[in-house]
Each structure stands twice: as structure tokens, then as C-alpha cells.
Design a protein. Structure first.
Length: 339
């Protein structure tokens, strides 16, 4: 063995170790690559399964659930009008303001009121009251005097100093005086009541106060503070949230699934708010007629072959007064097959 072959012999163990290290790294790479493939395959299977499950649930929902084509929250709108013409004194109100029942909303003042016919009637009835008071007082005095005379005749009759005919005549005079007194009192009472009515009527013609008829919210203000309004002119529109409902419109093929009292689900378009209600009534002929007046949202132009389902809410909609309790907002009404 020469001197040059010694280094070669010494390097073979080193080469063998390097080869083993390469084989180990290759095996590790293969195993790692297989793990990644398995992981990715599992993820793909999970995604495919989720998509399949979602598609199946969507198909099931389409087959088993009835959903409205169009639906919105609605509520009655009450117009408050000026009962007389004059200058408007409006309370500091804004649309969306909550107002309690009995709260003063506006006043109408008309200090220049001068209805000659009403004033002449009042003057005449006041004169009649004064005359009837005098006549009633006279009738009472006459009845009292006639009672005293009758008592005297009754004593004489008991002593047989006067005839029975004279006694009966005096008794009839007392009865007549009493009837006259009662009649004059009734006339006086009726005239005084009529006088009070005319005075109240004249007072109302000079100033009229309008209060809130229920707990609600201001929907719209149609007049301005300090402005002149005429009689029966609309000043405010108010909304009653306690009487809110949902108008839902569905295809006529679903008419047999909606009966009065059936429970339904109501949700907003984004699905954040959900509440429940029940069917109150079902009306056909939508698109041919509009039976509603004085509502927040009219039915509008709707396609034919639809039914109008009115849903009564089981609770107040989950909106506040600044949102007008959601009135006018589009919603979705659904009826699951199992319900």
C-alpha cells in the first residue's frame, strides 16, 4: 500500500456517513411532504363536506320554508287637526319625539273671534235664564202662600165651618201651584244648561287645546309655530307603536299554509333582529285594490297573484323612537313547514 492510497481509505467512512445523512434527509422530506399532502387533502375534504352540507341545508330550507316576497313594518297614522282657525302655539316637538297620553301638543288662539249668531244666541239664553229665575221665584212664593191658605181651609173644614167643595178647590189650587213651580224649575235648569253649553262653545272658538290621544311618537309636523291655521287643518301626524303590525305579501300558492293564528318568524334583512308574531288576517286581490288608508306605509304597486298577510306582533319591534320603532322597514316573514 502506497502513501497516496491511505487518505482514500481514511475518507471512505466519512463518505458513508454523508450518504446516510442524505438518505435520512430525503426520507424526512418525503415524510414531511406526505404529511402536507394528507393535511391539504383533509382540509379539502372538510371544505367539500361543509359546502355540501350548506348546499343541502339551503335546498332543505327552500323546500320546507315559505318566505315572503315583500314585507314591511306598518302602523296606523293619526292626523291631529286644528279644531278652530287662528294662531298656532306648538309645543317644542320634533319627529321621533315620544309623547305620553294627555300631553298638550298645540293650542290655537283666536282672540278676534266674533260670531254674531253665537253671541246673539248667548244673549237671548241669558235673558231667558234671568226671566225664568224670576218666574220660578214667584211660583215658589205663590205655592208657599197657597199652602198657608190651604192649611187654614183644612182647619175650617175639620170644624165643619166650610163646605167640602171649598176645601177641594183650595186643595186643587195648591196642587196647581206646586206643578207650576216644578215646571218653572225644570225650564230654568234646562236654560242654565244651554247657557253653559253656549259659553263653553264660545270659549272653544277663542282657544282650543289639543292633547295626545295615546302613548306614541311624533311622525310628522305639518305646520309651523306661530303660523296661521284654518279649521280642520292638519297640524301633526302621530304614530301608535303599540298597534304596529307587519304586512307580508306572498304568492297565492302559499295561501293554504297561512291561517289565522299561525305563528310566524320575523327578521330584518340583515338578520340581526328577530322576533315572533302570528297571522291576524289573509287578504286576496293584492294588486287589484288598496283597502288601506291612514297607514304609515301604503301597499303601493304590487304584482298580481299575491296574498296580503297581516301579522300581529307578539311584542313591540326591537327599535327605538328615533327609528320610529322600525315602521316602514323591510323585513322577512317566514313560516317553517313544521310550524
Amino acid at each position: 500500500m502506497t502513501a497516496t492510497s491511505a487518505p482514500l481509505l481514511l475518507s471512505r467512512p466519512h463518505q458513508a456517513g454523508a450518504t446516510a445523512s442524505c438518505v435520512t434527509e430525503a426520507l424526512a422530506g418525503v415524510l414531511q411532504s406526505r404529511g402536507r399532502r394528507l393535511l391539504f387533502r383533509g382540509v379539502r375534504l372538510l371544505l367539500a363536506g361543509g359546502l355540501g352540507l350548506g348546499a343541502a341545508r339551503l335546498v332543505q330550507r327552500q323546500l320546507t320554508e315559505v318566505t315572503s316576497d315583500q314585507a314591511f313594518l306598518n302602523a296606523p297614522i293619526t292626523a291631529l287637526r286644528a279644531s278652530i282657525g287662528g294662531q298656532l302655539q306648538l309645543a317644542p316637538l320634533e319627529p321621533g319625539t315620544v309623547v305620553r297620553c294627555g300631553q298638550v301638543l298645540f293650542r290655537v288662539e283666536n282672540p278676534r273671534f266674533g260670531n254674531l249668531e253665537a253671541m246673539s244666541q248667548l244673549n237671548w239664553i241669558q235673558e231667558l235664564v234671568d226671566r225664568l229665575r224670576v218666574e220660578s221665584t214667584e211660583a215658589e212664593l205663590r205655592h208657599t202662600k197657597q199652602e198657608q191658605i190651604f192649611q187654614h181651609y183644612a182647619a175650617l173644614f175639620r170644624e165643619q165651618l166650610v163646605s167640602r167643595i171649598e176645601y177641594l178647590e183650595e186643595e186643587s189650587k195648591v196642587a196647581l201651584c206646586e206643578s207650576t213651580k216644578t215646571h218653572k224649575r225644570e225650564q230654568l235648569r234646562s236654560a242654565e244648561a244651554r247657557c253653559r253649553e253656549l259659553e263653553q262653545h264660545l270659549a272653544l272658538q277663542k282657544q282650543a287645546v289639543t292633547t295626545m290621544p295615546f302613548d306614541g311618537v311624533i311622525w310628522a309636523i305639518r305646520a309651523q309655530q306661530g303660523g296661521e291655521v284654518s279649521a280642520q287643518e292638519t297640524v301633526l301626524h302621530v304614530l301608535d307603536p303599540q298597534r304596529a303590525w307587519v304586512d307580508a305579501f306572498l304568492h297565492e300558492k302559499h295561501a293554504d299554509k297561512f291561517q289565522s293564528g299561525i305563528a310566524v318568524r320575523i327578521r330584518t334583512l340583515d338578520g340581526r333582529e328577530t322576533w315572533r308574531g302570528h297571522v291576524d288576517s289573509v287578504r286576496a286581490g293584492v294588486g287589484r285594490m288598496d283597502p288601506e288608508n291612514s297607514v304609515a306605509v301604503p301597499a303601493g304597486d304590487l304584482s298580481r297573484r299575491r296574498i296580503a298577510v297581516r301579522v300581529k306582533l307578539d311584542s313591540v319591534p326591537p327599535f327605538d323612537a328615533s327609528q320610529f320603532f322600525g315602521v316602514g322597514r323591510s323585513v322577512v316573514v317566514s313560516l317553517a313547514e313544521h310550524e
